[in-house]
Design a protein around this ligand. Sequence first.
Ligand code: GLC
Length: 533
Amino acid sequence: MPSTDAWWRDAVIYQIYPRSFADGNGDGMGDLPGITARLPRLRELGIDAVWLSPFYVSPQHDAGYDVADYRDVDPRFGTLGDADKLITEAHDLGLKVIVDLVPNHTSSEHAWFRAALAAPPGSPERDRYIFRDEPPNSWQSVFGGPAWQQVEDGQWYLHLFDVSQPDLNWDHPEVRAEFLDILRFWLDRGVDGFRVDVAHGLVKDAELTDWTQPSVVLGGLEPAGTPPPMWDQEGVHEIYRQWRSVLDGYSPPRILVAEAWVQPEERLARYVRPDEMHQAFNFPYLEAPWTPAELREVIDSSLAATGAVGATTTWVLSNHDVVRHASRLGFPVTEKRKPGIGIGDPQPDTGLGLRRARAASLLMLGLPGSAYLYQGEELGLPEHTTLADEVRQDPAWERSGHAERGRDGCRVPIPWEADAPSYGFGPGDHSWLPQPAVWAEYALDRQVDVPGSTYELYRSALRLRRERGLGAGSLAWTGSAESVLAFRNGDLLVLTNFGPEPVALPDGVRVLLSSEPLDDGRVPTDVTVWAVP
Ligand code: GLC
């Protein structure tokens, strides 16, 4: 359980993707009762909090990141009563609950957008969105294709994502007031915080200045320098200061977590200044290649940037938008690839990927700060890399003209029981995305109490992390060979060997945990060790 009032500073927060975590009613789609029933398993794993991706009323054109009603639960996932029950049971288990807030855009089925379409150009209804008589620029949608869509009477509206996700006009006082109210709605229901979707996108530059480069936001950071006109504008910070003042009226403390694809780290740290958000996802860390030099650099710059504003650093390796790290790390270290993997694409080396993923996770959990886990990574789950293109649902697949496979491969329902239909995902025998045949070997019931399993590695790491207060600790690099990353957090030595030859540990240390068996007391390649004097 988190130790202090500032519980988020060292918390391990587990991302639940509601569609794919647990299906309570057997319809093939995960739901809130399914999640609630399995919360005790997360308690056993040893996390502090869960973050749930959106479960609100939505036509699901972007898996729920297209919200039609922010104050109700989509019937696919349950009811408001189910959400209340989930929050209560999580709290009873000592787990905090963070929900997703999607303020950059609504669904095109939201009452406001319907009203905007029904009203004439120039009407107050249209002013809640970004309508123009002509596209004022050639901005591209993040999912591919133009970011402007024409409506029947000839006007155009802005959608940085799918055409079904019109961007809101954050200069409009009603938009601002509405989201303050939505925050209070969920705070009053007891949630412990919000993950703020596309936090760097709400405010666009006033002139909607042209920008001809692709609008990269997922799986790729904008080149450092002047932010493009749609991202990271100064005006977003005022919004978060206002939100913070609302959250500060609640006790115990509630948090805001920024999903902001912003670099360099100093710019990202501006989102977590003392009167703004509490945390921001550390995507530069997620994107760092598997080399000691680059990891050391990003760890140092992350700690320095957040330290300078008094915030905690976060670490993350996987989420619902990127290739799972057990597969990502199974490619040659320096290779740059498009997001998504499918039939016909180069396939990762699964054994190498898992080996490195275990080492990467143990390295991450030894760092001071807060860590985010994505459901299934504790099972060593790889990406589904051979999904048939016909079943793909990510709008990026169609909108990119099939140039990008999209993110479905990391969203496949997770396996709980090796021998049950849908691997225990639910009582039914199917799931909204098909699970690959190899899923059985990753199922939770094949790993619990099995020494050396990835699940037990995570469980041990989380227990030791808590016992030793690693999240609240600090990092001191120790001298090591170039191919090794080694630091102390308190008296714990965390050492990862990236080189081809096994390396010796300092004399007399006692090994507490190791991502793979040692080689005659030495640390083999792509292995992390935790040791004490
Ligand atoms: C965020 C979400 C992603 C979604 C996008 C649009 O990046 O993580 O899944 O598609 O925002 O809401």
